[in-house]
Design a protein around this ligand. Structure first.
Ligand code: FE2
Ligand code: FE2
Length: 528
């Protein structure tokens, strides 16, 4: 039997999907999912079915990559139509939920005048009754509070919408994934299992521990002989794993905002976004470079490129604890990351508050405030992480926008100097509607939309953090430039793009001050 044991190849993509769309938090949480199905998925599919050539032509222009265009050839519009009809049929209850959400907000805006909201409960659309509370803030602005925990236990959370797509990957280029559904074909296998299924762990573990093919087929519920599936496996063992046993703190950059910090006693991984392994001239760390066990994963915020289901699910079997930012609870803009990660099948998920410390072997992790980068929406699910191990400290600031430099003065008073700063500088972020458009219950003007953006710190703001926290090393993330990540970020910078210009300036200024500073790209290793 041993002879028949196989490894999962390092280049097999395991892509989580919801209704055949690339899964992320807003597609998982029921109320936001309803809004995305109604206001994004069906609209984009309808547009493609009406005039596929417009989509094909648009995507010839790299600047359009992140736009609402489906990246299939026009000849596949029949399949898109079939998916659109299937979605309309099977997700009818979600479409009704989206309509009810809109109706309730319209009613609230029109009628809530600062007087009691109690009389309105009778007129809440039936399918939302018992799932919402109507509230005012202290300025008498009305809002709907969704009871997310109950919605996850209702018919609006349907595990049969979840599946994984499997496909071999040979090169970095992958079509932009947030604007297109996934169609099954001879290179793309669709397995209908919920994300929480342990079969995903069994499959992912096979990158290291071989099993008979029959074993994993049975776990995934695949019965017949499937040639594509069989091609995902090999008898060739992966390269031996590097166990880290030295005294220094080791930091490895895996791309984007993903950093692995290790001592002999603990391993911490931030915002896991990991490259698959396949032959390439562009060296990077891949799944096979991660340790056998990851003690803590820290997630900074809920954007698709930071709370990335694809990497999280494949690493679930080796992750002990996931630390997530606390959220406000109940608003469409700010779904609970704790509930999301629990629904992904993680058992040990901890929320961290601003300035809260969690003790870990060799040190501690402190959640720090993270301002901005969310188009001024009241999103609390954002945390920068201060990690202190063996007396060395680092700050994973992710996309923190230093809108108010006084914040870092207060932070410095609380935590002191930071040795190493990691900061994103996407200072020309997309407008509000790019990410949250489908959730808006009231239209925004173009002026509002253009002014409210997903922008991180520019050079002056980044230097403000440096000045206050006094790091000796300053690293700017590659900001989605790694070619294996453009399928998620749609970013194609040039030397004149503002994030490049601003981060060049910041790096130069830090170097002038005698600090170690670079903009990261691909991989890096450093010891403290
Ligand atoms: Fe972000
Ligand atoms: Fe980001």
């Amino acid at each position: 039997m041993t002879d028949h044991k196989m490894y999962l190849k390092q280049n097999v993509v395991i892509e989580p999907l919801i209704n055949q769309w690339y899964a992320w938090s807003s597609l998982l949480s029921p109320a936001t999912a309803a809004m995305f199905i109604a206001n994004h998925h069906l609209k984009v599919m309808q547009s493609f079915v009406n005039s596929p050539q417009i989509h094909v032509n648009a995507l010839k222009n790299p600047a359009m990559l992140g736009g609402p265009f489906i990246s299939y050839e026009a000849g596949r519009s029949g399949e898109i139509r079939t998916l659109m009809e299937k979605t309309t049929r099977e997700q009818a209850h979600m479409l009704e939920l989206a309509t009810a959400i809109k109706t309730l907000h319209e009613m609230l805006i029109a009628e809530a005048d600062g007087c009691s909201l109690e009389s309105m409960y009778l007129r809440i659309p039936d399918l939302l009754k018992g799932f919402v509370e109507l509230v005012y803030d202290l300025n008498n602005y009305p809002a709907v509070r969704f009871i997310e925990g109950l919605l996850y236990r209702s018919r609006y959370y349907d595990l049969s919408s979840q599946s994984i797509g499997l496909s071999p990957m040979f090169k970095d280029e992958r079509p932009f994934t947030l604007s297109s559904p996934k169609l099954e074909d001879d290179s793309w296998l669709h397995v209908r299992i919920p994300f929480r299924s342990e079969a995903i762990d069994e499959l992912a573990k096979m990158k290291d521990v071989p099993q008979p093919l029959e074993y994993v087929k049975e776990a995934l519920g695949l019965d017949e002989q499937n040639r594509l599936f069989s091609s995902f496996f090999t008898t060739v063992a992966p390269p031996p794993r590097d166990d880290y046993e030295d005294d220094a703190v080791r930091i490895r950059y895996f791309g984007h905002a993903c950093l692995l910090v290790q001592t002999k006693h603990v391993s911490i991984l931030s915002d896991p976004v990991v490259s698959y392994g396949y032959p390439t001239d562009f060296y990077r760390y891949t799944y096979s470079d991660l340790p056998e066990r990851i003690d803590y994963v820290v997630l900074t915020h809920n954007h698709q490129d930071h709370c990335m289901f694809e990497s999280l699910l494949q690493l679930r079997h080796k992750i002990k604890t996931v630390i997530v930012p606390k959220n406000n609870g109940g608003s469409l803009a700010d779904v609970s990351m704790k509930m999301v990660v629990e629904q992904l099948g993680f058992r040990d998920v901890r929320e961290i508050d601003e300035m809260e410390a969690i003790e870990v072997p060799d040190g501690k992790i402190i959640g720090l405030p993270f301002l901005g980068e969310h188009a001024d929406l009241n999103v609390r699910s954002k945390t920068a992480y201060f990690v202190q191990l063996r007396g060395k400290s680092m700050l994973f600031a992710a996309d923190s926008n230093n809108i108010d430099p006084e914040l870092y003065q207060h932070i410095h008073e609380a935590i002191g100097n930071v040795d190493v700063l990691f900061l994103g500088m996407e200072c020309e972020g997309a407008p509000l509607s790019w990410l949250y458009g489908p959730l808006l219950t009231k239209p925004v003007t173009r002026k509002m939309d253009q002014s409210r953006r997903f922008s991180g710190s520019d050079c002056a703001r980044g230097l403000g953090i440096v000045e206050k926290l006094k790091p000796t090393q300053v690293y700017v993330y590659a900001m989605g430039q790694e070619p294996w990540l453009t399928y998620l970020t749609s970013i194609q910078y040039t030397e004149t793009s503002r994030p490049i210009v601003e981060s060049n300036k910041l790096v130069a200024s830090c170097q002038d001050q005698g600090l170690v500073s670079i903009r990261l790209y691909g991989h890096m290793e450093l010891f403290l």
